[in-house]
Design a protein around this ligand. Structure first.
Ligand code: XMP
Length: 325
């Protein structure tokens, strides 16, 4: 898809995965020829599908990187690297933790935080990589909903560039190719399955590109990310069989008074969200049994240092969004 072409959705019912994979693969080959392209894998279904589609079409002319920005879930970079090795794709880990935390330091405004991620990702990390490697193209897994939400002014999705009038060649020194841009999430899952990705990937709950940053209200520091990461692991463990579309732990910016061992304990608040949704455009909270909610509260307050309060979000999207940032 080039920016000049009008973006229209390719509906799930109209999707023929083999034709889609063939056509998009050919477009990539035509665009890249004998040159070198790179892509960033995050382990989500979108970037995983692009990685395999790209490798099928381009072979060694595509190099895949995992940006280890320190904002992911526990053990995620190594897990995804190992999983793709099994599929025959070499993934290079790119350490970038210091750069991302430095860019986020002192920022509390959600859109400023998103912009800091975008600039660090595309300009600093990938700009340098592209320059060093001689690649002229970056492949990425932008999907139809990302574009819609950004254009509608809901949120600036981290991966939206051309549709906001950003000339990536001028701004960052490379062209961006987005083979999934006409698809919504259910269609991407179908393509991912057809590409022979394992079910763990094609049925994975969505996880946002800016990672845990979308779940930290207020300033993002390594300590606050760690609190969110620990709470996330518990929420994911307890709710993994809930059948929900997405579930998450959000760290609030304000502390509240609590008590531990008979003494005052001024600590953090974690908000749990668990969503029923088809394509993330609208959503409603899952009707979780009360004993599950109690278990979430008990484990989070016992196992995550500094947390004294756990709440459950009962708002629909809209007016809420799925993520907090
Ligand atoms: P919201 O919070 O806007 O989220 O209701 C809708 C869906 O999009 C995911 N999300 C993102 N995905 N880059 C992404 O790749 C982003 O910047 C981003 N922000 C939100 C979110 O997890 C949900 O599935």
């Amino acid at each position: 898809m080039t920016p000049e072409e009008k973006l229209t959705e390719l509906k799930l019912d109209d999707l023929k995965t083999d034709v889609f994979i063939e056509e998009e693969g050919r477009r990539l080959k035509d665009a890249i020829g004998d040159g070198l392209a790179i892509n960033a894998l995050s382990g989500g279904v979108d970037s995983s599908a692009v990685t395999l589609l790209g490798h099928k079409a381009l072979g060694d002319n595509l190099k895949t990187y995992f940006v280890d920005h320190g904002l992911m879930r526990e053990g995620e970079p190594q897990h995804i690297q190992a999983l793709f090795k099994e599929l025959g794709v070499e993934v290079v880990l790119l350490p970038a933790r210091e750069q991302f935390f430095a860019a986020l330091q002192g920022l509390t405004d959600p859109e400023e935080k998103r912009e800091a991620i975008t600039q660090t990702f595309y300009k600093e990390v990938f700009g340098k990589l592209v320059k060093d490697s001689g690649a002229k193209h970056l492949l990425q897994g932008t999907i139809f909903t990302d574009v819609e939400e950004t254009i509608a002014g809901v949120k600036r999705q981290h991966n939206i560039l051309a549709q906001l009038g950003i000339d990536t060649e001028k701004a960052f020194g490379y062209k961006v190719l987005e083979p999934l841009i006409r698809l919504r999430k259910p269609a991407v899952r179908k393509v991912a399955e057809a590409l022979s990705l394992p079910e763990e990937i094609f049925n994975r709950p969505p996880f946002p590109g800016p990672a845990l940053v979308t779940r930290v209200i207020g300033e993002v520091t390594p300590e606050r990310i760690e609190t969110t990461r620990k709470a996330t692991a518990i929420v994911e463990e307890i709710l993994k069989d809930s059948g929900a579309f997405q579930y998450m732990a959000i760290l609030h910016s304000s502390k509240v008074t609590g008590m531990r061992d008979g003494k005052r304990d001024y600590g953090d608040q974690i908000e749990v969200r668990c969503w029923e949704s088809k394509d993330a455009v609208t959503g409603s909270p899952t009707d979780l049994p009360f004993n599950v909610l109690e278990k979430l509260a008990e484990r989070i307050t016992n196992e995550v240092p500094g947390v004294v309060s756990v709440t459950y979000n009962i708002t629909k999207k809209p007016p809420s969004t799925l993520e907090a940032i």
